[in-house]
Write a protein that binds this ligand. Structure first.
Ligand SMILES: C[S@@+](CC[C@H](N)C(=O)[O-])C[C@H]1O[C@@H](n2cnc3c(N)ncnc32)[C@H](O)[C@@H]1O
Length: 219
């Protein structure tokens, strides 16, 4: 027998299902599009030639007790090479899931899974305070946008960049590197630049407080 009470519960169920479906319909695409927007890489994948990687690690003076972060790790070759060569720890960050898969394969191939982790993350959201060496192969403006995060690293930490300095959107230099070297890669027979900075970064145009030694004596 079908009672009026059953009709009430049936109606209530239909309304609840309808409400859940409506919320899902409107909210899910928003969440999905926000995630999709975050997933877009700021620069495409171009790997650093292996001999340039070796030079970058040498210029940064990587040692066993270093923690190397590669921001935009591509196929993971920089962190995997650092761990293999120096026995140091490292983390590679990339936003592209294809690169994450490739990086994990490289870590396995180099047999450095006990030292290296790979994380799918936007580099502009990574806490860099635990790294002692940062490796970059991005673009000048992207390097410049990382400055607030780099400033949180411990004094003496090193940043090494393949090809590019740190600039603002108009191309103005934001920092002065400690070293700038050139290398001709045997892999592509092309000249490459490598820049090195040490924390604290030397900012271009930053006011240095000048203290008059005579005034200091008086005070
Ligand atoms: C030029 S490749 C460098 C790869 C590697 N570091 C190397 O030198 O061989 C830049 C990498 O940065 C990644 N990337 C771009 N924007 C990113 C972002 N906002 N967060 C994380 N990774 C990003 C790209 O997916 C790409 O793999």
């Amino acid at each position: 027998m079908f009672h009026r009470r059953d009709l009430f519960w049936l109606l209530l169920l239909a309304i609840t299902v309808g409400l859940i479906a409506a919320v899902g319909f409107y909210v899910a695409p928003l969440a999905f599009s926000a995630e999709a927007a975050e997933e877009t890489p700021d620069v495409v994948f171009v790997p650093t030639a292996h001999d340039v990687v070796a030079k970058m690690l040498e210029v940064a003076g990587v040692k066993k007790d270093d923690v190397v972060f590669d921001l935009g790790c591509g196929d993971g070759r920089i962190v995997a090479t650092a761990a293999k060569k120096f026995g140091c720890k490292g983390t590679g960050f990339d936003i592209n899931p294809v690169r994450i898969k490739e990086s994990l394969a490289t870590v396995e191939k180099f047999n450095v899974g006990h030292l290296v982790s790979i994380e799918k993350k936007n580099i502009f959201k990574v806490d860099l305070s635990q790294a002692s060496v940062i490796t970059l192969y991005l673009l000048p403006e992207l390097n410049g946008r990382l400055i607030p995060q780099l400033d949180k690293m411990k004094p003496g930490s090193r940043i090494v960049s393949h090809e590019y300095r740190m600039t603002d959107a108009s191309g103005s230099q934001l920092t002065t590197p400690d070293k700038e070297i050139e290398i001709i890669s045997r892999e592509d027979n092309t000249k490459h630049k490598i820049y090195l900075w040490t924390i604290p970064l030397k900012k271009v145009g930053e006011k240095v407080e000048k203290v008059d030694p005579e005034e200091k004596k008086k005070g």
